[in-house]
Design a protein around this ligand. Structure first.
Ligand code: IPE
Ligand code: IPE
Ligand code: MG
Length: 238
């Protein structure tokens, strides 16, 4: 797979519930299978030489799902962190997280903090999990932080520009998203990386996340390479 000129891929991992229901299973069975897909896709991306992979795992809106489903998703997150810590280290993958992490249950949050700390600085690939995340919420929290500094007199409002604002988001120094992949047949962003995906190429597939595999990822990348990215200019850039 040719990965040049493709630094950052972000995936909206959708369709777990419908995948399970179509097989007469409970929705959470789809989440379990979806967690296996995460492991497969992360390994594939690392082997392909991708630098930044961001996965939409849980939105701020998802908190309003039935308690049982929310608890199960948080349990799966904790399980993933426990069993993947060593693998991430072995493969040189740095774990990061974006979102309103204070809302996560204590156990998941402390595991997350631990794995982020023990993988910090690894430079094979950065895997960012979007957890309790919404693009609008992220933008509002960044605006609030900057407003606070301005009110304290430590920031000149005129110094706020695209770069400073972008750097104040949860994604910090992560480069902009080049390619967004959404599985599960919906064609929308559902509040994902609204700022960072401003010029991303958008790839939608009907494949449900539990069935998504390395070949599907490669197909999305091949499609990406067939696009002409003009960034408002008249000819392709890069
Ligand atoms: C994506 O699958 C996983 C999360 C949102 C946590 P869904 O649970 O949204 O599955 P569908 O879209 O209902 O099939
Ligand atoms: C988006 O999927 C969030 C995640 C994949 C975590 P949803 O299933 O929650 O979004 P909608 O309801 O299709 O917009
Ligand atoms: Mg969904």
């Amino acid at each position: 797979m040719k990965i040049t000129h493709l630094r950052h891929v972000a995936i909206i991992m959708d369709g777990n519930g419908r995948w399970a229901q179509a097989r007469g299973l409970a929705r959470v069975a789809g989440h379990h299978r979806g967690a296996e897909t995460v492991r497969r896709v992360v390994t594939h991306c690392r082997e392909a030489g991708l630098h930044y992979l961001t996965l939409y795992a849980f939105s701020t809106e998802n908190w309003a799902r039935p308690t049982f489903e929310v608890n199960e998703l948080m349990e799966l997150l904790a399980e993933f962190l426990v069993e993947q810590e060593d693998r991430l280290k072995e493969h040189g993958i740095e774990l990061a997280a974006i979102g309103d992490l204070g809302r996560l249950p204590n156990r998941a949050r402390s595991l997350l903090e631990r794995v982020m700390k023990t993988t910090s600085g690894l430079d094979g690939m950065r895997l960012t999990l979007a957890l309790s995340y919404s693009g609008r919420d992220e933008i509002v929290r960044a605006a609030r932080r900057l407003a606070r500094r301005a009110a304290e007199g430590t920031l000149d409002p005129d110094a706020i520009d695209d770069r400073l604002f972008g750097g104040s988001l949860d994604t910090g120094d992560t480069p902009p998203v080049d390619l967004v992949i959404r599985t599960g047949s919906e064609r929308r962003l559902s509040n994902f990386l609204l700022w960072q995906a401003a010029y991303a190429e958008l790839y939608f597939t009907d494949r449900a996340w539990p069935d998504f595999g390395p070949e599907d990822f490669d197909r999305a990348v091949a499609w990406y390479h067939s696009r002409k990215r003009t960034f408002g200019l008249v000819e392709a850039v890069g």
